[in-house]
Design a protein around this ligand. Sequence first.
Ligand code: NAP
Length: 252
Amino acid sequence: MVTGASSGIGVELAKLLAPRVAHLALVARRVELLEALATELRAAHPALQVTVLPCDLGDLAAVKALGPRLGEVDVLVNNAGAGDAAFFAEVEWAKMEQLFTLNALAPAFLMRHLLPGMVARGRGGILNVSSGFGLTSLPTFGPYVATKHFLSGLTETLRAEVVGTGVVVTQSCPGPVDTGFEAALARPLYVSPPKCFVISAKQCAAETFAAFERGAAFVVPGFRMRLVTWLIGATPRWVLQLVQAGVARRLR
Ligand SMILES: NC(=O)c1ccc[n+]([C@@H]2O[C@H](COP(=O)([O-])OP(=O)(O)OC[C@H]3O[C@@H](n4cnc5c(N)ncnc54)[C@H](OP(=O)(O)O)[C@@H]3O)[C@@H](O)[C@H]2O)c1
């Protein structure tokens, strides 16, 4: 089951899963895009069963209603997500609630709902698409940073808890990826990252999926972002905070 399979990284992850599974469930809001992908995948893999499950994962009631419709799921890919760019004092609360549900509560609910079955069967996997913002922070990205820290922290904890059960838990923390994500931010405060750090959705999905298949805990797709992530991790927190305060002042 792949969430956010209507565009970007999710489409590419679904394409990588298709030849490896018997049944694929695609979840997102834009049904026509999910149907188009389902048709393409069925044509490429005639034995594959594809189910389209339209759901607004930013609506907790809809997420909970999805649970009983799922049956046994061996591989859960929590990929659906969105961002926002605004100073925290100016964010729209309704939008933030939706963001917390989509990026944090929905993946947590799906994991909690599907994990017991995976453990009981002694096999399965959870692949969570978090973000580089799950490891660091940036002014004007507060709610997004918070949701991705939530997802990264939960994934890391879960990974330790399932050791020896036959279940694999992996997270991907990409930097900038060329998808609809940036366009959806569409805020005057959003500053595009340097092009040299941007990778394609195909590359992001390929490196993410390869890490999942080899049972890795964690991957940062793209060599340059791996290097940046390592450098950030090696930098004292007070230095990062000085840099971030400078960024915030410039944005104001
Ligand atoms: N692109 C980047 O630079 C970047 C970097 C780091 C991490 N990520 C993460 O990568 C993941 C995939 O993003 P992407 O880059 O592939 O962006 P994208 O092309 O905008 O795709 C986002 C996917 O999430 C789905 N989605 C958004 N809101 C939803 C909702 N309320 N209910 C159900 N599905 C919803 C979208 O489907 P519908 O609109 O059809 O519902 C779409 O399939 C996200 O979790 C994002 O945080 C992206």
